[in-house]
Design a protein around this ligand. Structure first.
Ligand code: CP3
Length: 382
């Protein structure tokens, strides 16, 4: 499956306007797919489903498929801090490919983290095991926003290198690149770490609109440019994680979060890759999230996919949405629910099977492998 390195990839385009047009050279972004020596990712089931075209089998991958559920992951990560691992292309390539080899999933997702670009640009933050991202100097005022680093393509060359290494091994299996949405990133920066209520985040959002706007605009640029780096280097699709946006009312989401997620998607709009939008507990804001400039709507397990399609654009594909805790249920229960998800997904023009949120660390990886095999055998139409 080894293919030559992509020809002269640019680590990042300085602005959407300066982006190079789609080309068909190996490694370049061909319209709607990534050309490699092994062929194009464009006709893979994942890309076809994202475009709402007929598929051979329902494509399946899992959010957090690379991670602690895999013994081979725990082995290569031992002694290496999370964000340090994300900055080492050799480890990123290995960890990204582990679940593809093991489960036979239809896509890889880059091993990285939503806060990685901030770290790479020089922010003082880390990911504490069992906790999540923690920042040394939380953002509370305009001076804190101004102290945040601006996007620098040179700081991202290791990401481009890792992506090139991954796609060279993947052949016609697409790589999904990703970034954090401004709201979810802002919640970590403002709280200083993970939080349930996001009270400080909402206080700043409502009480200091100028600081909020400055912060969210800065984060939108960083996340959008981070996605561009990944696509320029070989990713076939992108996903924006707005994990905590479901904590906002629809009105607050529309006013304070959505405009900035739109900015992120606009930064990659000319790249002709499917754009996936996902958050947790987003039932009430699905219709608004669907207007952000996306082809695929990720849905968590709370909303059945056939209900979700009534809230989004009729042209949009869906991704999801098996409850990640179902892997701990007896197999016949899991199988019945997976079948229901596939049937409900037929209500959309395209369906990418996934969990409704990330793989839980205690998940038995053999159950995930069996789930992939099951989904691949299920009929794609009535
Ligand atoms: O396989 C994949 O899906 C790609 C890897 C990936 C990671 N983080 C690796 C990771 C992805 C897509 C993310 C995104 C991410 N990171 C999100 C959005 C997705 C979601 O789950 O809602 C968020 C909110 C974060 C922030 C973050 N990073 C949290 C909350 C944690 C968990 C902390 C813990 O230890 O429980 C992390 C750490 C993290 N990111 C791990 C992995 C594999 C675990 C760290 C480890 O293995 O030591």
């Amino acid at each position: 499956m080894t293919v030559p390195s992509p020809a002269a990839p640019s680590p990042a385009a300085p602005s959407p306007a300066a982006a190079s047009p789609a080309a068909s050279a190996p490694g370049a972004t061909s319209p709607r797919g990534r050309q490699t020596a092994a062929g194009s990712t464009a006709q893979s089931d994942l890309m076809r489903a994202a475009r709402g075209e007929p598929v051979e089998r329902t494509p399946v991958w899992f959010m957090r498929q690379a991670g602690r559920s895999l013994p081979e992951y725990r082995e290569v990560r031992s002694g290496v801090a999370m964000l340090d691992a994300c900055m080492r292309p050799d480890l990123v390539v290995e960890i990204t490919l582990q679940p593809v080899r093991r489960h036979g999933v239809d896509a890889a997702i880059l091993f990285s983290d939503i806060v990685l670009p901030l770290k790479a640009l020089g922010a003082d933050l880390s990911i504490e095991p069992g906790v999540g991202p923690v920042i040394a100097r939380p953002v509370r005022a305009m001076a804190d926003v101004e102290a945040l680093p601006a996007f620098e393509p040179e700081a991202m060359t290791f990401v481009a290198e890792a992506v090139q290494g991954v796609v060279a091994e993947l052949g016609v299996t697409p790589l999904v690149g990703f970034a954090g949405a401004p709201y979810t990133l802002a919640s970590y920066l403002i709280e200083g770490g993970p939080s349930k209520e996001h009270a400080k985040t909402k206080a700043l959002m409502r009480g200091a609109p100028d600081v909020w706007h400055a912060l969210m605009t800065r984060l939108a640029d960083i996340s959008g440019q981070f996605l561009r780096v990944q696509v320029d280097a070989g990713a076939s699709a992108v996903q924006l994680f707005d994990s905590w946006a479901g904590g906002l009312s629809p009105a607050d989401y529309r006013t304070h979060a959505l405009p900035y997620s739109k900015m992120v998607f606009a930064i990659v709009a000319d790249l002709d890759v499917p754009r996936i939008h996902f958050g947790v507990a987003t039932g009430e804001i699905l219709a608004d999230m669907a207007t952000a400039g996306v082809e695929v709507m990720g849905v968590d397990w709370r909303v059945p996919l056939d209900v979700a399609v009534t809230r989004i654009d009729a042209s949009q594909a869906v991704q999801g949405n098996l409850d990640p805790t179902l892997v701990f249920a007896p197999w016949d229960v899991l199988e019945a629910r997976a079948r229901e998800v596939v049937v409900a997904g037929r209500a959309a023009p395209g369906h990418i099977f996934n969990l409704g949120h990330g793989v839980l660390p205690d998940t038995d990886p053999d159950v995930l492998t069996r789930l992939v095999e099951l989904v691949h055998t299920l009929p794609v139409a009535d």
